[in-house]
Design a binder for this molecule. Sequence first.
Ligand SMILES: [Zn+2]
Length: 315
Amino acid sequence: MHPPARGDPSGLSGAHILLADRDDEGAGTAAADALRAQGAACVHTVGSPEAFFEVGEQPPPSAPDWDVAVWDTGLTGSDDGLVAAVTRALRERPDPAETVEPRSRIHMLVVDAHPDDVEIGAGGTIHRRADEGWDVTILTLSHGAGGGDPDERRGEAYRAARAMGARLVMEDLSDGSISDDSHTVRTIERTVAETRPDVVLVHSDSDTHQDHRAVHRATPVACRRVPRVACYQSPSATVAYRPNRFVGLRASDLEAKLSAINEHHSQAASRWYLEEDLLRSTARYWGRFSQARYAEPLEVIRDATPIGYFPADHD
Ligand SMILES: [Zn+2]
């Protein structure tokens, strides 16, 4: 990330910018020219959501480390609007100088769309890693208003996070219509900048819920500098979910997961996937792929760490 230049209120001087347009291949070209004319060092444009996510996961040599990634969803209206959106994003990005300090503990960030998703998908893993000394932050992107009273659900989510030994950050995106656009990417980027995770867990793309799929797509873009990203099994995951890593759970991890899920009183009566016998037998089933009696599955979608960097994964 380049430092802002003195006397450059727009922050564009020397900036590396990724621009994407949802609808139209080649759109944003005039905006890119305008940004270059105002001092941007590198403006990389892509013309489809697929290309945006591909670049988010695998930066091309010409745009190795951009300062902001802005997706024109049409709300910006024009090339001028796109330039203004880029300037605003540059202004609002976190100051890296505020977060850089050496640390010895591993930090794991677990992202979900609604309260109770991560408890079901990774509650035992969260408890195990927190108990082993990892810092674990859960980022829940909505208050779950579609499934009950948002205030009640927020309280349940905080109590559940405590039961797993994790810290909870809640954002207020719209339950049921969470998008995978740059607003969601920037929302996730805020917590990524604050926590600097070594590992990120998120929903899988093989999922019938549109919010889960959107969060799955936005997260690797926001976490493009995070070496390890893997997907947990949401309650609405499909049979296409293909785990390739299994985290063994101790009995205490499974009990903590069940305690966390039990905090979601408002959901317990109406959600079949919260039934205790299903949760226990699912953990027992995945145990057959690990060396433990119980396990949670993960689908690794990026692993840029040296082999053996986290030896505790195969237990
Ligand atoms: Zn959900």
